[in-house]
Design a protein around this ligand. Structure first.
Ligand SMILES: [Zn+2]
Length: 137
């Protein structure tokens, strides 16, 4: 498999329990998109756009009109059922610290951070974080 084929594929889905321990960084959209402005294959200007955004998850497609190079990039791995890892980690962090979800999410939204909705938080709570607590008892 050559390099072009590698980048052509969708990123693999992974399930790593250590993602909670990995540092995360806040990145402004303009700075992020700047990383995809130049084609890594021929160094010409390339087009890039956000093709999917779901809570904390963002997926970018980069296409070079000059040489045909293209790739997908996403800011985090997926868990099972195509759930972005950081969406569930954010729900867990809110729940396990005892913060009020609606206030926390309102604060993050005011800051401009792309994050999960309150309904996503309560769904995560019902399906994942509460069962984890129940199992631990
Ligand atoms: Zn190119």
């Amino acid at each position: 498999m050559d390099e072009e084929e590698l980048f052509d594929e969708e990123p693999p889905y992974t399930c790593d329990p250590h993602h909670n321990c990995i540092d995360k960084f806040i990145v402004c959209q303009e700075e992020l998109m700047g990383l995809f402005a130049i084609c890594p294959a021929c160094c010409e200007r390339s087009d890039s756009s956000i093709v999917q955004q779901e809570g904390t998850f963002v997926k970018i497609k980069q296409v070079c009109a000059s040489c045909g190079y293209h790739r997908f990039w996403q800011n985090q791995p997926m868990l099972h059922r195509n759930m972005p890892t950081c969406n569930l980690l954010l729900s867990g962090a809110i729940h396990f610290t005892g913060c009020l979800a609606t206030q926390t999410l309102r604060m993050l939204t005011l800051f401009g951070l792309q994050c999960i909705s309150a309904s996503s938080f309560f769904r995560h709570q019902r399906r994942y974080t509460i069962p984890v607590i129940v199992q631990a008892e």
